[in-house]
Design a protein around this ligand. Sequence first.
Ligand SMILES: [Zn+2]
Length: 413
Amino acid sequence: MPKFRQRLAEPLARSVHPDSTGPLPCQACGSHALESFYELNNVPAHSCLLLPTRAEALAFPRGDIELVFCNDCGFIGNARFDIGLNQYSAAYEETQAFSPRFLKFLDEICHDQIRKFGLVPGMTALEIGCGKGEFVTKLCELSGCNGIGIDPGYRPERNQSSAAERMTFIRDLYGPKYAHLQAEYVSCRHTLEHIAPVQEFMRLVRDTIGSRHHVNVFFELPDMERVLETGVFWDVYYEHCTYFTRGSLARLFRAEGFDVKGLYKAYDDQYLMIEARPATGPTAPTLPQEDDLASTAALVKKFTREVDARLHELSEAAHRWRRSGQKVAIWGSGSKCVALMSSVELGDSLQSIVDINPHKHGKFLAGSGWEIEGPDALTALRPDAVIIMNSIYTEEIRHELATRGLQPELLPL
Ligand SMILES: [Zn+2]
């Protein structure tokens, strides 16, 4: 899902570049106690936009990444994020819904949310930044509730659900003009990490709920603690301008008038889930897992060392493949792949980049200009090694390869 998107309409977006000079304060708490700890220059500004030609992919705008850590709230953001480089549209292809492993996960969280929050017919579930609408649609199918989804990248022709008649989709960025939309359940999945002014965004969400204190709020986003711990630099990319751990996310929610009821990780600990209820003002921490400011600060200090170790391992593998003339393919053409290609030189060994999503086939990867192929391309290529961009799909990909008579060396990242 590591998807998308600047999902905020004007005027919120403007706050990223105030007229004042000098370093920006923390976008989550306003503090100036920021510490820069990781830089990556000249990376593609988008990694999920589909580009129709190689020339457009190669000429795609680039930007810089400078991660800063807030010593006061633990928030991490890209201080050099330029909102002007962001464009989200129907050509945005972030969905992972072609993976059985992912569909199973989607099913599980829908059942879990319906059970926890008692979604039944007559209630309304709202999803801010719904992408292709998989989550809110499944939620409506399984619970019988009504649904509203907001996202500029929504594609109505791809939603064949029987629940569609109870649902409304708005192909736009979320913003103050949608404050009138009321729902008993508000979800926002894999969107917050694409929003720079996160404090302003949470304030907007809180304001739109108003005095309806029975509303349940659920957010899901990538977990930064794992990225910091393991140095998996391919999970840091331009589209993600903000990064949270359990503690920093809970602190933002609490400061903006929510009470945090649930805070946990899912999907092999890759994702962070938060469940909250509106409160009358800021709330105090109550959960032990919120207390991570000191441990996050320590992880930030050793992050570049971990990144160097991962780069070294990959370079060693690339060198080995080149030396022995082996053919390598990458499975997974999303943001992680774009980030990997920006940092590691695979040389002539790399022969193919494949993806299970048919909407990506024949399109080109921003930055490197590689054409994305379907997995069937590997049948003729017979790669010696396959780099798997997300280890959670290893068994699924091993199976896909085996059905094509292939048993290459697998390198799950
Ligand atoms: Zn802060």
